[in-house]
Ligand binder design. Structure first.
Ligand SMILES: Nc1nc2c(ncn2[C@@H]2O[C@H](COP(=O)(O)OP(=O)(O)OP(=O)(O)O)[C@@H](O)[C@H]2O)c(=O)[nH]1
Ligand SMILES: [Mg+2]
Length: 627
């Protein structure tokens, strides 16, 4: 078996394509469905005549690139998804930059949403896409225009997939088992299950493997691939492994389940190829985020010289925490902040001979770390310099090393630093509070910074900046103004869902007519259903319900209206208010605020009596803000 992966810019139709091919919608979380945006990896099985493969679906939004990276290493056949309506966009190229260093052997370019373009424009759009992909791993790959709405092109895509899979080389089944873990959960009666793409080797029920880097030895009780029980599984499969001896809380994405012979290491000799775009920012020593298997680990990449071109270099990679790798393991590195991709390559050898360059700033680093530890609040580099009696540039240099080793956390807006111990303590207290409150109120989005600041008696402004820094590392989630644990997906109770179904019915005679906001608010206030107020906030925050002036729409209604407006405008260029009313079959009372709402979100733009599409609307990562 082989693993197919999607890649491409946000909203270009990756998840819809996986759904159309497999019948499984890869967006697993309630929040993903509600927002219509993939946040984390999704998985589905692709089966048709002559084909049985796994698909890994990735998020397109740049904020979730770390999740994309956790699933990218396993991909062998890439479906590069590009919407015909937008063409090649920043994450299309960023995903290709990353995948160039991983294990992709075959690429198919899938041009989606062709139903939204006049047929005669499709060839020109494909040609423009092809031009924009020159010099990437998708250059020269077969192209297939599709629509997941009409089904056009899907049969051609299936036959291209069949051919591409046949060309893929077999994975190494004799090698020791190596499974980067991308999900961990517990099933009642079974205990801990980990899932991932088996990169090499085989695993059989009864095998004793090691969880790394902890080294804990675990016996495999049972195995599955896509819900089918197997006695053994082979490289190239998406696998779920039941290891009851390990607790769910001992394991996280990024750890590996491997044959016992692997030894964890935190230093590697690597073959590193810089990206051309990264040449101006690469130095000899580079603080990096390294991606190995499904892991994201901070570390330092030491180059033999400052690179002048894209030629591969023999370099050293030092990680802040250990991991396991085999010679030839692919890796990618990004800059700490901003997180540009710097390059990637393969791990050649454990424990390089030479130690990292002696750090001449070491004594200053200790002074700076001591000042921060004593401060108990955020300090700018200039404030630290005054307290430590050092030059600001010396402090800045020392801070890089201190941040890298975890003794300080860098805050932004404005840039300042807090001690690592203080920051970790804040994070631990916040996470403990959130876990408890999310358990008590699973329907909530999490907690606002104000609520956290009151509960934990921490200054709110400082709390927000510390949590934002951890959010950028993916250690806590910040969505629509709420902080939550990264795996928290709000779930309404059956009673709460029934309440909203009853209060906000969809009238089959007028399916796009909204409810009256004031009525729903009054009903929420009067209701005795437990947690109903927070559940209402959640529906608004996730965009499942949307306020438009005095009206309350379901997110699905707005999506339908949006689709109709977009289709009309792509065909006709402009639209009057009367045409809009006809398109959505509603009265002026609803039409005016709706169009203003679309204008305010940068979807449409007004010109005299007409509305037009605002071209290449900026993509917003947040749910629509409740007004
Ligand atoms: N008309 C039309 N709409 C499509 C097509 N494919 C996807 N869409 C719509 O485009 C929007 C985004 O689709 P998704 O499949 O969620 O896009 P995605 O690439 O998975 O997005 P992220 O995972 O957030 O990066 C949805 O509203 C889809 O219904 C298509 O072929 N035609
Ligand atoms: Mg998606």
């Amino acid at each position: 078996m082989h693993v197919i992966g999607t890649a491409g810019h946000v909203d270009h139709g990756k998840s819809s394509l996986v759904n159309a091919l497999t019948g499984t919608h890869p967006d697993r979380w309630l929040e993903e469905r509600l927002r219509g945006m993939t946040l984390d990896l999704g998985f589905a099985r692709l089966r048709f005549e002559g084909v049985d493969a796994g698909i890994v679906d990735v998020p397109g939004h740049e904020r979730f690139l770390h999740n994309m990276l956790a699933g990218a290493a396993g991909m062998e056949l890439l479906l590069l998804v590009v919407a015909a309506t937008e063409g090649v966009m920043p994450q299309t190229l960023e995903h290709l930059q990353i995948l160039r260093f991983l294990n992709v052997r075959e690429v198919i370019v899938v041009v989606t949403k062709i139903d939204l373009l006049p047929p005669e424009q499709i060839a020109a759009e494909c040609a423009a896409i092809s031009d924009a992909l020159t010099g990437t791993i998708a250059s020269g790959a077969p192209f297939v225009p599709v629509s997941t709405v009409t089904g056009e092109g899907l049969d051609d895509l299936r036959s291209l997939i069949r051919t591409a899979l046949q060309r893929l080389p077999q994975r190494d089944l004799q090698a020791p088992a190596y499974l980067p873990i991308d999900r961990v959960f517990a099933l009642p009666g079974h205990g801990t299950i980990v899932t991932g793409t088996l990169m090499q080797g085989c695993i059989a029920a009864g095998d004793v493997l090691a969880l790394q880097p902890s080294g804990k030895s675990v016996r495999v009780r049972s195995l599955q691939t896509f819900g089918e029980r197997r006695e053994s599984v082979q490289a190239g499969m998406r696998v779920a492994v039941n290891i009851p001896a390990a607790g769910v809380d001992e394991i996280a994405r990024g750890q590996m389940l491997v044959a016992p012979q692997f030894v964890p290491a935190d230093a590697f000799a690597v073959d590193f190829t810089p990206l051309r775009e990264a040449l101006p920012i690469l130095r000899r020593r580079n603080a990096v985020r390294a991606y190995v298997g499904s892991a994201e680990i901070l570390g330092t990449l030491v180059l033999p010289c400052v690179p002048q071109d894209e030629a591969p270099l023999r370099a050293q990679l030092f990680l802040r925490s250990p991991t396991v790798a085999y010679p030839g393991t692919a890796f990618v590195v990004r800059r700490l902040s901003p997180k540009n991709v710097l390059g990637g390559g393969t791990i050649e050898q454990l424990a390089p001979q030479a130690a990292p360059d002696a750090d001449s700033s070491a004594p200053n680093a200790e002074t700076v770390a001591a000042v921060l530890a004593a401060a108990g609040q955020a300090l700018t580099a200039a404030e630290i310099a005054r307290a430590a009696n050092l030059r600001v540039d010396v402090v800045e240099e020392a801070l890089i090393a201190i941040v890298e080793r975890g003794d300080a956390l860098r805050l932004s807006r404005p840039e300042a630093y807090v001690s690592g111990a203080f920051a970790r303590d804040v994070l631990a207290r916040v996470l403990a509070h959130l876990e408890q409150s999310q358990r008590a109120e699973p329907w909530s989005m999490g907690a606002t910074s104000l609520a956290l600041s009151r509960a934990l008696a921490i200054d709110e402004a400082l709390l927000v900046r510390v949590l934002d820094a951890f959010a950028a590392e993916g250690r806590i989630a910040r969505r629509a103004g709420y902080f939550a644990t990264v795996d928290h997906a709000p779930k309404l109770s059956a009673e709460q869902l029934a309440f909203f179904d009853e209060r906000i019915p969809v009238d089959s005679a007028a399916p796009l007519r909204p409810a009256v906001l004031a009525d729903v608010v009054a009903a929420v206030k009067a209701s005795r259903v437990g947690g109903i107020g927070k559940a209402f906030d959640t529906l608004l925050a996730t965009g499942a319900l949307i306020k438009v002036n005095d009206d309350l729409y379901r997110g699905t209604q707005i999506a339908q209206i949006h689709a109709r407006v977009e289709q009309f405008l792509r065909r006709n260029g402009k639209m009057t208010m009367a045409e809009f009313r006809d398109v959505i079959g509603t009265s002026r009372k609803y039409a005016v605020p709706l169009l203003e709402w679309f204008d305010a979100r940068g979807i449409t733009v007004r010109a005299g009596d007409y509305r037009m599409l605002r071209s290449r609307a900026p993509v917003s990562g947040e749910a629509p803000a409740p007004r």
